[in-house]
Write a protein that binds this ligand. Structure first.
Ligand code: ADP
Ligand code: ZN
Length: 734
């Protein structure tokens, strides 16, 4: 690929030709003629004709040169936007080749922000005016005036958020003549974080780790370092120092967080360290916020971005540091569309551009652990919690001997501990990774089970909403009075608990519990999560019940008891990483207990107290557990000791899916170091009305999967009513 600035290809009559990659799932870039009255360079955003439309794409390099002179069309316009950096273009090509995706589909992940490529329009902003002498000055009004006096103009949403007031307060001030609205060209939207803003005083251990990361940043070369620290050891404070180093070098920094929107405390700490908030990037942002953030990254105005996995595709030109926090999180894997793992791709991006990566975790993934032991990654350790905090004590309760009725889910020890903790004015957390009230509803008379009409899954009852819901496709139905199968009324029974049912049980046991339920469906958007975090910090709530959403990042000093309602839940199913993942999430949840002076206690309810995951939890022996996992994976040649790709066939027509699966099986590659597993119905054999079959391709580590897959798939015709998807390094085995 050409990486020089100007492109040189010419057609037979001497005109300049270029190739333009369009953000569409096409096989490759298309050739165009660049002979307008504007110069174009590699990386420029250009508008080009495609059929009867005009599409915006990126100049990718020299023309491939096999288009007829008569057929080649001219570039229509060059857009007024910073060109796509070289390193990002290489990254896009790399991801496309690795994931077997059309490069345009990868480019689309960089360019999917509507309007970001247009010159910014004037925005309605507020500025201070002369305050009328008779103005009634409420505290809210004063906050607004203080912000605008001496500060830059603010838009309505920014002003309202910063001052903590509603729109009516701002409108009132306009009416009173104390502030004025103007249409202004959008000024700098983001304040530059200050690396020298006074932060917290680091401990000696933290200082050592921070210094090592800083040195890495200063070398401005590629390296990967694992920041391996127990929960509450201050990993965040430590990697902030690496960010400060990047800022001092004039480089941009990117922090990836799983479920970014949901950890408001992270933002407060960032602001405390750098004097301002970072630029945020995730899928819940409004279109206008996305546009501003994208543009600010491209122009270099945004110096530090914190984002979800998709932030990896933002057009940074001066990136000098990438941090992947909670690097073990499976939320980093995107399985739909272009499949990629953001941690792995972060490393690729850093390697292509030549800067360091920090992976932070209390429970590093096996992949990372192996890379450390092979000497490919460095490692910095923080073995202790910061300050007076100690690690919590962890005990298992054998649920086989709990003597509970079938409609009870909290063992007596856990009930007592909850009563005691809440009685002492402290807080407790109950973890159950299942939304709703109950995972299965059945008829006691005829045995009918409520199933999703388009997925092979039970419907989950949501009692607050009086609905049955499919957690895979979102289908809902009201809870009926009578069984739809046998017509008996009052015969429906629920089986098993979800968080709502646990809330009901706790309320009966501890009537003084003030409960907050935190799940992705009770927390609509970041504001709801923020409000709940505030209510817990203010101790308005003393009992938090939640799914894995509660596991992440939160730091509540009064939270001293953690109860894990069903520790076995993640262990079932044929998932390669089931044990590892269960250990990680349990460890993470346990890590919420006793993060300040008050010691923490963790109670783990399990039917398998002898399982290695439970043993590792109780004994606090991460190493022994991970070594066992490593041995198992190595023995089977599973990742990271082998390579894996999944092929998923889906069709509304079950026979068609079976036909393709059989054809794939017939043409399966054969070699001693290659193994094909399946075809088999996927565990979710039916999803959204699609029949699903899958095959797994497993190879030795030194044999790249992509050429094998390309060759294999070439032999099998896929009819229009079916789809075949490839997932390299699959994480989700559903
Ligand atoms: P981890 O990410 O390793 O779980 P955090 O970075 O969240 O740990 O730190 C845990 C808590 O301790 C946070 O509230 C953090 O602000 C606080 N903390 C960590 N290091 C320091 C320090 N040096 N000074 C003051 N507070 C600290
Ligand atoms: Zn469904």
């Amino acid at each position: 690929m050409d990486t020089s600035d100007a492109t040189t290809a010419t057609g037979s009559n001497g005109e300049k030709r270029i190739s333009v990659l369009l953000p569409l799932p096409l096989a490759g870039a298309y050739d165009y003629r660049a002979d307008g009255d504007f110069a174009v360079q590699t990386g420029d955003f250009v508008a080009v004709p495609l059929g009867s439309r005009e599409v915006v794409g990126v100049v990718w390099g020299d023309a491939t040169g096999d288009v007829d002179d008569a057929k080649i069309k001219p570039v229509a316009a060059r857009l007024d936007a910073p060109p796509l950096p070289d390193a990002l273009r290489k990254f896009i090509d790399w991801v496309a080749a690795y994931s077997l995706s059309p490069p345009g589909a990868v480019l689309r992940m960089t360019m999917n922000v509507r309007g970001a490529l247009e010159s910014p329009k004037p925005v309605r902003s507020f500025v201070a005016a002369d305050v009328p002498p008779d103005l009634r000055l409420t505290p809210a009004r004063k906050r607004v005036l203080d912000i605008l006096t001496g500060g830059p103009p603010r838009t309505m949403p920014d002003l309202a958020r910063e001052a903590g007031v509603g729109a009516s307060v701002i409108k009132g001030l306009v009416t009173a003549g104390a502030i004025t609205a103007r249409n202004l060209p959008p000024g700098p939207t983001f304040i530059t974080p200050d690396p020298d803003h006074p932060g917290v005083q680091l401990s000696a251990e933290q200082l050592d780790a921070a210094a090592a990361l800083r040195r890495q940043v200063d070398t401005e070369t590629f390296a990967v370092t694992l920041l391996d620290g127990v929960t509450g050891s201050g990993k965040t404070e430590v990697y902030f120092e690496a960010i400060a180093a990047a800022l001092r070098l004039g480089r941009q920094a990117l922090v990836l967080l799983p479920e970014i929107a949901l950890t408001p405390q992270w933002f407060d700490r960032f602001a405390r360290r750098f004097g301002t908030e970072p630029v945020v990037w995730h899928s819940d942002l409004s279109q206008s916020r996305r546009r501003l953030a994208w543009r600010a990254v491209a122009t270099g105005e945004a110096r530090v971005v914190v984002g979800a996995r998709s932030a990896l595709f933002l057009p940074f030109d001066e990136l000098g540091l990438l941090i992947v926090d909670e690097e073990h999180e499976s939320a980093y894997k995107q399985a739909d569309g272009v499949s990629y793992h953001a941690r792995d791709m972060a490393i690729v991006r850093a390697q292509l551009a030549g800067f360091p990566v920090v992976l932070a975790s209390a429970t590093p993934s096996l992949e990372t652990r192996v890379n450390v032991s092979r000497g490919r990654y460095g490692r910095q350790e923080l073995p202790e919690r910061f300050g007076a905090a100690t690690l919590p004590t962890i005990e298992a309760v054998d649920m086989r001997e709990s003597g509970l009725r079938v409609d009870q889910f909290l063992a007596p020890v856990l009930r007592d501990a909850l009563t005691e903790t809440i009685g002492d004015g402290e807080q407790a957390l109950l973890f159950l990774n299942r939304r709703g009230y109950a995972p299965l509803t059945l008829c006691r008379t005829c045995g009918h089970r409520f199933e999703c009409p388009s997925c092979s899954a039970w419907l989950v009852e949501h009692r607050f909403r009086r609905q049955l819901q499919c957690h895979h496709c979102g289908y809902t139905a009201p809870v009926p009075d009578a069984c739809p199968h046998c017509d008996t009324t009052g015969s429906l029974a629920v089986c098993g608990p979800g968080v709502e049912r646990i809330a009901e049980e706790v309320q009966a046991v501890v009537p003084s519990a003030r409960i907050g339920v935190m799940t992705s469906d009770t927390m609509r958007g970041p504001d709801a999560a923020q409000e709940m975090v505030r209510a817990i910090e203010a101790r308005e709530l003393n009992l938090l019940i939640g799914t894995q959403m509660v596991a992440k990042g939160h730091h509540f000093p009064y939270l001293t008891l953690v109860g894990i309602v069903d520790a076995d839940l993640g262990l079932s199913g044929g998932d390669l990483r089931a044990s590892e993942r269960t250990y990680q999430v349990l460890h993470q949840v346990a890590g919420r207990a006793g993060r300040a002076e008050r010691p923490g206690r963790v109670i783990v309810q399990t039917h398998q107290p002898d399982h290695p995951v439970m043993q590792a939890m109780i004994n606090g022996d991460r190493e022994a557990f991970m070594q066992l996992e490593e041995n198992n994976r190595a023995a089977g040649g599973w990742p990271p000791f082998g390579r894996l790709a999944a092929i998923i066939i889906s069709s509304r027509d079950g026979a068609a899916a079976d036909g393709i699966a059989a054809a794939l099986a017939r043409h399966a590659p054969a070699a001693p170091d290659v193994q094909v597993l399946g075809p088999a119905p996927a565990p979710l054999a039916m999803l959204r009305g699609q029949h699903r079959r899958r095959l797994l391709l497993k190879t030795a580590l030194d044999r790249p999967l992509q050429p094998l897959l390309r060759e294999w798939l070439r032999h099998v015709a896929v009819p229009a009513r079916a789809r075949v998807r490839v997932d390299i390094d699959p994480y989700n085995f559903l």
